[in-house]
Ligand binder design. Structure first.
Ligand SMILES: [Cu+2]
Length: 196
């Protein structure tokens, strides 16, 4: 007659318990799959950087951040909201420590709006809650995002990329007004509402 094993490790496993060797084998397989995925993703990133395909996701458009205020699209007189011949609006903003310039922009409702942003110092983030707008603003690049505001109202735009000690105070405003109200504004009142 065979003696039943005395130690707990020698006793047969209860029904339904997966044996240890099966558990170990399964875990090793999943570990190998995970490592293979990581290596593949790393390889893709390295490869992409070598062939120059890594860019900010929003828009691949370069700009010289040292001369923003001196020439080109982002000179001060060209910032804010501008109307295009096709009736759409283009909003140009500079993000800098620790402000958006201009601090407040007026935008007509119900028309296509194109935001073009750039930074003259570090990386900032631009977010309009309750809209599809959410982009990083990287120095040396122009970020472009498009949307349409269906109704008038004030939207706050926080910087959501940590940019330094004053980051938490980096907020600005988008004021969406009915089209007729926008059309009656003077040129300066159209480009910025910071003083109002
Ligand atoms: Cu910030």
């Amino acid at each position: 007659m065979v003696e039943p094993p005395s130690g707990p490790l020698q006793r047969p496993l209860p029904d339904g318990t997966v044996p240890e060797r099966v558990v170990v084998r399964t875990e090793e397989r999943w570990l190998a799959i995970m490592v293979a995925m990581l290596v593949t993703m790393m390889l893709i990133m390295v490869l992409a950087s070598f062939i120059g395909a890594l860019h900010p996701a929003s828009n691949v458009e370069v700009i010289d951040s040292r001369t923003l205020h001196l020439k080109g699209e982002f000179v001060e007189s060209n910032l804010g909201t501008a109307l295009e011949p096709d009736g759409s609006a283009t909003v140009r903003l500079i993000a800098q420590q620790y402000d958006f310039v201009p601090r407040c922009v007026v935008i007509p409702a119900q028309v296509p709006v194109r935001f073009r942003l750039t930074s003259d110092d570090v990386i900032h983030g631009f977010l309009l809650p309750d809209t599809n707008i959410n982009t990083m603003v990287v120095p040396g690049f122009v970020a472009e995002v498009r949307t349409r505001f269906s109704r008038p109202g004030d939207y706050v735009m926080p910087c959501h990329e940590y940019c330094g000690l004053g980051h938490q105070a980096m907020w600005a405003r988008v004021r969406v007004v009915p089209w007729e109200q926008f059309a009656h504004r003077g040129l300066l009142e159209r480009t910025s509402c910071a003083a109002q």
